[in-house]
Design a protein around this ligand. Structure first.
Ligand code: KG4
Ligand code: ZN
Length: 344
């Protein structure tokens, strides 16, 4: 089996080919960071045009690198939501084109399902991949959710953000500190020079029932503290990071209380790169007596391996491919995969 995966839902254009066991034959990611940096965030129209310009050549290059032709492919998967509609149309449309040209099955993959299943790629973690059920914390620039992963296509969102995604909060705090976009990694480096106890910042929703998130109050507190002009930048960064880590650990503990069957905590998304966040979440997992697993960073952030892998998992679970008139969906809650399945 040879499954081509394509991802273009946000600001990464990515292609990968996996075999039926989930072995990665080839993978590539083109980041559009340079195109968007001067606007301080992703500009949807620029993203769509860049995906269109990049995807055909990237796919050709990826196939050539693996010594494959389009005729070697047995299935093709494209991200069909949630995300920016322009990129979704381009990525899933291109995948449909390949499916029509080669008469092979097409899978319209939910981007969040890709993140949810990545940790199950064989050989990834140096230990057996997690079995179902497990708890997923998705912490990226666009998403901030606790998800109960009960099986392929079987997801329940336990909690989500009431305002910003956690990566967005990092980026906005970083911007206030005069750091370039995307600011998360810069903020982490600055925080390493500071004292987290020097600047006390609020910990939104800490201890509150459920596992929703809210970052706007923390963001406002950072702005006010900077405006007062009496705190060192590195201390503000450290205080912010400590507040985020503490809240995430608390929310994870509440998610475990809502989902005691979880056998592992899987962390994904760009914010999973943060050392303080990882340490706090490892603590929450240890308290629950389960391992914390995080895919390597290149597979934590947006990539096409996870899209091809979701298709391999769907095939393995006996789930059918999607119709060629499947419409991409900018909003596509994970729960809806379950009701779609019961219709089949
Ligand atoms: O998953 P991701 O690469 O992309 C999307 O959201 O699509 O996540 C990017 C986010 C950005 O907000 C970035 O600032 C944040 O992850 N991030 C970090 C770190 N590395 C990336 N946040 C905190 N600490 C980091 N080391
Ligand atoms: Zn993502």
């Amino acid at each position: 089996m040879r499954v081509l995966g394509l991802e273009a839902s946000c600001d990464e254009t990515a292609a990968a080919v996996l075999d039926g066991h989930g072995r990665i034959l080839v993978e590539a990611v083109l980041s559009q960071e340079m195109e968007h940096a001067r606007f301080g965030g992703v500009v949807p129209e620029i993203a769509a045009r860049a995906h269109l310009a990049a995807l055909p050549a990237l796919t050709a290059r990826v196939l050539a690198k693996a010594g494959l032709e389009y005729s070697d492919l047995t299935a093709v998967a494209g991200t069909a939501g949630p995300g920016l509609i322009g990129g979704l149309i381009i990525g899933s449309g291109f995948a449909k084109g390949v499916a029509i040209a080669r008469s092979i099955p097409f899978f319209a993959i939910n981007h969040l399902e890709g993140h949810a299943l990545t940790a199950r790629l064989p050989g990834l973690l140096g230990q057996p991949p997690p079995a179902f059920p497990y708890l997923l914390l998705l912490l990226s620039g666009g998403h901030c959710q606790c998800v109960a992963v009960e099986g392929v296509g079987r997801y329940r969102r336990l909690g989500t953000t009431l305002d910003d995604a956690v990566g967005e909060a990092f980026d906005k705090a970083a911007k206030m500190l005069g750091l370039p976009w995307p600011g998360g990694p810069h903020l982490e480096r600055l925080a390493a020079l500071g004292d987290a106890k020097a600047v006390a910042l609020p910990r939104p929703l800490l201890g509150r029932a459920g596992c929703d998130f809210s970052w706007s109050g923390l963001k406002t507190a950072v702005a006010q503290r900077i405006a007062r002009g009496d705190a060192r930048r590195e201390d503000v960064a450290a205080g912010f990071q400590a507040a985020v880590a503490a809240v995430l650990a608390d929310r994870a503990a509440h998610a475990f209380a809502m989902f005691p069957a979880a056998t592992a905590l899987v962390v994904a998304g760009g914010v999973a790169a943060n050392g303080a966040v990882r340490a706090a979440l490892a603590g929450a997992a240890a308290t629950q007596g389960v391992p914390m697993l995080a895919p390597p960073l290149r597979l934590c952030t947006d990539n096409a391996v996870m899209i091809a892998w979701a298709a391999v998992e769907r095939l393995g679970a006996g789930l059918p491919p999607d119709a060629l008139d499947h419409a991409p969906r900018p909003r596509w809650p994970l729960e809806e995969l379950l009701s779609q399945q019961s219709l089949n």
